[in-house]
Design a protein around this ligand. Structure first.
Ligand SMILES: NC(=O)c1ccc[n+]([C@@H]2O[C@H](COP(=O)([O-])OP(=O)(O)OC[C@H]3O[C@@H](n4cnc5c(N)ncnc54)[C@H](OP(=O)(O)O)[C@@H]3O)[C@@H](O)[C@H]2O)c1
Length: 262
């Protein structure tokens, strides 16, 4: 069977963090994977390990998804060589800054990666997904989608976009073979920067903490079950939504301010 006859899941941001947890969860389920991440993050070794440990087939593609033309080039390569029945738009970036002091590059990077790359990749791979008997899209949003925050501003707004985009697209594709799901994780200790941030935020930061491997397993189970919204931290979400916005907004903003002004 050549690559075009097999079916693949494509995962962006597959090199580390939640994306890496996704690829191991998919591999355990015997699913072939196309891994996408920035250049120089050892996708070759990761792919070899997945193939030898789980007897699956993998392919990898290294590119900066915050550049629109790279997303188009990736899509053309994927559509030419592979059948994709699962797309996981996981790559995302954030950060905490005073908005006035943030660079143009910082603002653009968040919007281009979180918003533009997710929308464009989904758009470009949709004909491929629709051709499959059953296909799935999982978009990674955040609990931050429900809480605007000073000193983060652009990141939560980008995740609100992802939440709204996913729900709207799922409704639009109701009569097709493609099911769209969105996940809203709370904090995960995926990299040293986020770990340090969570620790500085104290109680509020730790309130929503979840292990990335458990998060990935629950996401894939929820996606295959066709949950349109996957809530990994329902209790935290309930607690957050019970706090009125006039109180939640300054509380969250103060928590983030601590790390920016430390
Ligand atoms: N961690 C949390 O607390 C948390 C909470 C809620 C939501 N999320 C969301 O979960 C997703 C994964 O987050 P994470 O914590 O696992 O992040 P992470 O540890 O920083 O990993 C991000 C992944 O995205 C890739 N990536 C970053 N910029 C890229 C670019 N310009 N082009 C292509 N790939 C790029 C990275 O590639 P390389 O491997 O090549 O560096 C890496 O594999 C993100 O969408 C994030 O917003 C995270």
């Amino acid at each position: 069977m050549n690559a075009k006859e097999k079916k693949y899941a494509l995962v962006t941001g597959a090199g580390k963090g939640l994306g890496k947890a996704f690829v191991y969860e998919l591999a355990k389920r015997g699913i072939n994977i196309i891994l996408v991440s920035l250049p120089g993050e050892n996708l070759k070794d990761l792919s070899s390990d997945l193939e030898s440990t789980y007897s699956i087939v993998t392919a990898y593609y290294e590119t900066d998804l915050s550049v629109g033309s790279n997303v188009i080039a990736l899509s053309e390569w994927v559509n030419k060589h592979f059948n994709v029945y699962m797309l996981i738009n996981n790559a995302g970036t954030g950060g905490s800054r005073r908005f006035a002091e943030a660079s143009v590059e910082y603002i653009n990077q968040i919007i281009q990666l979180n918003v533009t790359a997710t929308s464009l990749l989904t758009h470009q791979l949709l004909p491929n997904l629709i051709r499959q008997k059953q296909a799935y899209i999982l978009n990674v949003s955040s609990l931050a989608a429900f809480t605007p925050m000073g000193y983060k501003t652009v990141y939560p707004a980008s995740k609100t976009f992802i939440h709204s985009f996913s729900r709207g697209l799922n409704e639009e594709l109701r009569d097709t073979s493609v099911f769209v799901s969105v996940v809203n994780p709370g904090a995960m200790r995926t990299n040293p920067e986020i770990t340090a941030r969570v620790d500085k935020q104290g109680f509020l930061g730790k309130l929503t903490l979840i292990d990335p491997d458990k998060a990935a397993a629950r996401c894939i189970a929820g996606l295959l079950r066709k949950d349109s919204v996957i809530m990994l931290n329902p209790i935290s979400w309930l607690v957050l939504s019970l706090i009125p916005i006039w109180l939640r907004l300054p509380l969250m903003t103060n928590a983030v301010k601590k790390e920016v002004c430390a």
